[in-house]
Design a binder for this molecule. Structure first.
Ligand code: AP5
Length: 220
């Protein structure tokens, strides 16, 4: 069993690798961004609150995210281990995560950090398309669907996320990565849990680096 956090700026490839690794290793993939977009789609109270905040590229308030995460962690598929994708993003979220895990006698095993420059991110995010049914991720150039505009996995329509516009990408990068995430990174570096990954490499190369990390826990 392994409990991991995939950290990195928007568009670094966390979701792509987390979905793959979780499926292959039987881990739960907990992606707060996907959960929020599902709430927006379903028109829930949470979704109505989060919609405008997300479209601007700002952070949804900590108490909302922490509550949503705790509910998700209570589901049975997390017992075999999890990959957190997009959470925690602030120091308050990291501390709440630790408290929650301590309460169930678990702790984070490793924090792979996806390292990549801003200009590469703008290219990745402007070409990203996701499916309406389940947020499966594609890229017009690096990972195109077999049939244009249609998800290979569930046949639903592909769309461009509202926050994948260049001006919003830059806001997300500055506020969420350069500002809010810096103390979170320090927090996990202080615990010697951080491993930097070269996220500018092609997908299969990044996948091998992630698999090497996961192998350590499978054989432990
Ligand atoms: P969220 O959905 O978590 O967005 P994010 O962290 O900004 O990450 P992304 O999904 O944009 O990117 P990713 O790293 O997963 O990259 P991907 O694999 O898709 O959050 C959205 C919003 O929700 C936030 O802005 C905030 O408002 C709110 N929110 C969420 N969590 C929150 C929290 N904890 N607290 C407060 N607010 C929160 O890859 C990107 C593209 O590149 C894809 O097209 C992919 O095909 C392609 N690609 C991937 N890897 C490679 C590669 N190696 N080479 C070439 N292309 C690649």
């Amino acid at each position: 069993m392994a409990d991991l956090i995939f950290m990195g700026p928007p568009g670094a490839g966390k979701g792509t690798q987390a979905a793959r690794a979780a499926t292959e290793r039987g881990l739960a993939h907990i992606a707060t961004g996907d959960m929020l977009r599902a709430a927006v789609r379903d028109g829930t109270e949470l979704g109505l609150k989060a919609k405008e905040i997300m479209a601007r590229g700002d952070l949804v308030p900590d108490e909302v995210i922490i509550g949503m995460f705790r509910d998700r962690l209570a589901e049975p598929d997390t017992e075999a281990g999890f990959v957190l994708d997009g959470f925690p993003r602030t120091l308050a979220q990291a501390e709440a995560l630790d408290d929650t895990l301590t309460g169930i006698e678990r702790s984070i095993d490793c924090v792979p950090v996806f390292d990549i420059d801003l200009e590469s991110l703008v290219g990745r995010l402007s070409g990203r398309r996701v499916c309406r049914a389940a947020e499966h991720v594609y890229h017009l150039q690096f990972n195109p669907p077999r049939q244009e505009g249609i998800c290979d996995i569930d046949g639903s329509e592909l769309y461009q996320r509202e926050d994948d516009r260049p001006e919003v990408i830059r806001n997300r990068y500055q506020k969420q990565w350069v500002e809010a995430a810096a103390p979170v990174l320090d927090y996990y570096e202080g615990r010697k849990l951080v491993v930097f990954i070269d996220a500018s490499a092609p997908r299969d190369v990044v996948a091998r680096e992630i698999d090497d990390i996961l192998d350590r826990f499978d054989s432990a």
